[in-house]
Design a protein around this ligand. Sequence first.
Ligand SMILES: Nc1ncnc2c1ncn2[C@@H]1O[C@H](COP(=O)(O)OP(=O)(O)OP(=O)(O)O)[C@@H](O)[C@H]1O
Ligand SMILES: [Mg+2]
Length: 369
Amino acid sequence: MSQAPVKNMITVKGLCKSYNGVPVLKDLDATINRGEIVSIVGPSGAGKSTFLRCLNLLETPDSGEILVDGENAEEMDVKLLRRKMGMVFQQFNLFPHLSALENVMLAPTTLLKEPKDEAEERALDLLEKVGLAGKAWAFSWELSGGQQQRVAIARALAMRPEIMLFDEPTSALDPTMVNEVLGVIRNLADESGMTMAIVTHEMRFARDVSDRIFYMDQGIVYEDGTPEEIFEHPKRDRTRAFIRRVDTIRFELDKDFDYFGFDAKIDNFAMKHMVEQERRELLVELIEALFDNFFFSKVDELTFSLGVTEKKEVELRFAYGGPEINPMIADDAPSRFARSMILKNGTDVEFNVIDGKNVLEFVLAPKNR
Ligand SMILES: Nc1ncnc2c1ncn2[C@@H]1O[C@H](COP(=O)(O)OP(=O)(O)OP(=O)(O)O)[C@@H](O)[C@H]1O
Ligand SMILES: [Mg+2]
């Protein structure tokens, strides 16, 4: 008796994953239906990449269940699982000694043992499909980032996957090349009938292309819904806060970082979002003062992110490891300095310990608020 295909292509129940005792995925539940296009959005560190990597067992889950097309992924042959599920990463990693065509043909000829001429014909078709018919014999160093990423997509498609996973496929690209890659993914979504999960920071694209959006936060799918539900009528607080944040920029910094390039990036980011000059200057001064007099007297490295909301509020977020150090209550001189600077200029100050990290956040609101 033949079985009817299961409707859910991917079912995840109670997925948990920690790194060095720090939980990253916390009892995550999710389903993706056959043929469905799901975009996964959410703040940095939410666990989006970890989730995708668990799906095709690039990471081993600590507990929970992953069913792919009705089968328990962890009991499947990993090769079969990965053949069923193609993955495209931020970094395209083409083989530099092979042409575009050879990159696309490699896995079908070696793993699937397809005859060379057949594999070549198909590879040429796929390259044409991603708009690179003329580049079949080019090496990666002869291709732009956007072209390399399109070859990487063709390479994944060459294995005839039923599912495609994309992890921020455009975030390593020069802005001028983002659209050509998104266009290729959009065509695939429209025409192929494949099941797709796409981690992206491109909100407009996510909204246009997806059947459903997962908003991930702190290790779970915190809210999911249609693009309209998530972008127009988010139900939960953290989703709402995320959606109204227009853009963010993030830096991993250590004591030796270069203020000069950094200041320029901050200023450009704020300028791009039409934050007025007075507040841009204040922002740069404030960040430098906090780094010099507080953070780097306490810790060796930290993650700093800056967000701008629709109302032009500038949100600052500092995450740092080590023992709990809350400058809003501590009584040493650096903390007192940081506290006075923050209270003088910022609003909505919040300090939390999240996943073992100190997280300090505040807002630099427009003056007329
Ligand atoms: N191999 C690893 N070893 C240790 N920690 C890790 C590892 N991979 C991820 N993490 C940590 O797990 C957390 C979630 O990481 P993940 O890369 O899944 O987030 P993300 O949502 O994809 O973020 P981003 O938007 O920045 O890509 C982060 O705090 C990260 O530092
Ligand atoms: Mg990621």
